[in-house]
Design a protein around this ligand. Sequence first.
Ligand code: PLP
Length: 432
Amino acid sequence: MRQKLLSEGAKELSYEIREIVKKAKLLQKEGVEISWENIGDPIQKNAQIPAWIKEIVTSLAQDDKTYGYCDSKGEIETREFLAKRTNKLGGVQITAHDILFFNGLGDAIATLYHYLAPTTRVIGPSPAYSTHSSAEAAHANHHPLTYRLDPENSWYPDMEDLRNKVKYNPNIVAILLINPDNPTGMVYPKQILEEIVELAKEFNLFLISDEIYNQITYNGVRAYALSEVIDNVPGIAMKGISKELPWPGARCGWIECYNRGKDADFDQLCKVLDDAKMIEVCSTTLPQLAIPKILGDVRYEEYRKNLNERIGWRSNFISETLQEIPELTFNPTYGAFYNTIVFKEGTLTENQKLELPNQKVEELVRSWVEDVSLDTRFVYYLLGATGICVVPISSFCSDLLGFRVTLLEEDEELLKKTFTTLRDSIRKYLDS
Ligand SMILES: Cc1ncc(COP(=O)(O)O)c(C=O)c1O
C-alpha cells in the first residue's frame, strides 16, 4: 500500500486571484467581454515601458554575459547598488552580503517559509495576500495565522489583536507586514511600525516586511521602509521589480537581511536561505544586471513619480465613485494599486442577483454560486452580468465580505466606465 503522498499543508495552497480566471475564460467563450480587475499586473492593464528602459534591456541582451549563470546570491554590482540605496535612508546599514536574489519575490516567500521549522508560526495581516498566507500555512500544516487590519480605522492593524495573539502563542517567531499593503492599499504609519518593532523586542521576534510596493505611494503619503525603523531587531525586507518597474515577467526579487550579527538563530536562517539558493545555482541574471542601469538612471525618479500620480488620480476617481454607496465600508488608498471594499454586515443575502446576458451565462453563474460565501456570490454575478473580474475578500483569509479591485487601468475612459458600471451593479445587486 502506497504512503500518503501529500502533506497536510498542501490543502492550504489556493490562489483565487488566478482561479477566477478560469471562470472568466468560460464566460468569454459565451461572448462576455472581460475587464481584468483581478491581478496586479500593470502590463496586462496597458502600462507602457518607456523607450529608454527598453534600450537598456535590449543592449544588455546583446552582451553574452547576460545569458550565463550569475553569483548564487546575485550579481555583486547590483547587490552593492541596492545596499547603497537602503543605506541612504539612514537607518540600519547593510552590505552586499546581506542581500540575496530570487526568481521573483514569490520564490523568496516560498523559500523563507519552507525552511522554518513546522512548529514555528509567522503572523501576518488579514485580509491576507495569499502568496504569503498559503505558503506560511503550508509550512505549518495549519490554517494561516493572522492579525486583523481594521476597515473601520483606515485598514490600520488592530494592535490589540496583534499583541494578544503574539502574547498567547509562543509558536510565533515573526510578524509579517506588507507595506504598502496588498490587498487594502493601506500604508503603515511610522508610529504603528515603531509599535510593531517594540512588540518584536518585547517578545524576541523577528520582522518580515514585504516592500514590493515601497516606491508606489501617492496623494501625499510615503511608505517608511523597515530599515528606517527596525533599530536592533532582526528582520528581512522583501523587495522586487515586478511592480515598481514594472517588470513582473522578469521574475526578479530579493531579500535584505537586517541585524544578522545581533541574533545567532536569525543569522543561521539567513545562511540557510543563501545555501538553498546555492543548491539551486542562482536566480535570473539579465534583470539583475538591468537594475542599477534602470533604477540608477536620472530619468527613473521622474518616471516613477508620474506613474504614482496617475495611480493617485485613479484612487481619487474610485473614491468619488464608490464612496457614495452607504452599504459599503470604503477607505481611500495611498499605496500599492489595489482597494479592498467591504459590504457592511447584513447587506448581502442569498437571494440577490444581477440580470445575466443569456441562458448559457445564467446556467454557468447559477452553478458557481451554490454553496459559496456571500461575497463570492456577488463576484460571480458581477462577472457574468458585466464582465468585471474582481476577487472576493473571503478568499484573502478574512471573515469580512467584500472584494478587491485594482487601480491599474491606464485607459481613463475605460476606467471610468468600469467603475461607474461597478457602482451601478452594486446598487442593483443590493436592491434586487
Ligand atoms: C505583496 C506582494 N508580495 C509579493 C508578490 C510577488 O511578486 P513577484 O512578482 O516578485 O513574485 C506580490 C505580487 O502580487 C505581492 O503583491
